[in-house]
Ligand binder design. Structure first.
Ligand code: GAR
Length: 199
């Protein structure tokens, strides 16, 4: 247990994909390396791998339809997400590959407690497929950013960054794989600092 009191922050995780960042956080939490209790996982993609991975850890996980919106969380769907997370007791929210814009109502429900991981050195290459953007641009260094979420796209206050070199023969896939290795170290490390500060 990493804090003296044995207390943990209650974390909700939102993801749209395979959930490898979720697994990195869940493993660190399970090992007692970070004072974090993941209380709920939600996804906007019915067959997202993150659901099965959450179930493996015994963490409640469900798909909640984001309809009718294509790339944002808004309206009734947004209210549903907030309600489920509140009911689960979530105090902090980690976006882990959640490929939708979260808006003011959601952020107001968890003020200054929503964070995101992004696969570039922000403010460079916001948005989608940042590893491909890095290769297309020809940068020699890219990386990972963990930041607070605000109502812009990948614009919130930066908490931590880690650089990743771009190799001569990198493809978008090999670069993303190396970025993910750093993501899986950085996200739990940032949560550890935020949680310990709060507790
Ligand atoms: C991660 O690389 C994350 O940084 C990225 O999606 C991937 C999710 O992987 N997020 C974004 O691009 C957000 N704009 P995971 O499902 O294996 O954690």
């Amino acid at each position: 247990m990493s804090n003296v009191s044995g207390k943990k922050i209650k974390l909700g995780v939102l993801g749209s994909g395979k959930g490898s960042n979720f697994v990195a956080i869940a493993e660190a939490a399970q090992a007692g390396e970070i004072p974090v209790d993941i209380v709920q996982v939600l996804t906007d993609v019915p067959d997202a791998g993150i659901i099965e991975r959450a179930k493996f850890f015994g963490i409640p996980a469900q798909y909640v339809s984001p309809a009718p919106f294509k790339n944002k969380l808004d309206g009734e769907a947004e209210q549903q997400y907030i309600q489920i997370l509140k009911n689960a007791g979530a105090e902090w929210i980690a976006l882990a590959g959640f490929m939708r814009i979260v808006k003011k109502n959601f952020l107001d429900a968890f003020p200054n407690h929503v964070i995101n991981i992004h696969p570039s050195l922000l403010p460079l290459f916001p948005g989608l497929n940042s590893w491909k953007q890095a290769i297309d641009y020809g940068v020699k260094i890219t990386g990972v950013t963990v930041h607070f979420v605000d109502s812009g796209i990948d614009t919130g206050k930066i908490i931590a960054q880690k650089a990743v070199p771009v190799m001569e023969n990198d493809t978008p896939e090999t670069l993303h794989q190396r970025i993910q290795v750093e993501e899986h170290i950085l996200y739990p490390a940032v949560l550890k600092i935020l949680a310990e500060k709060e507790l």
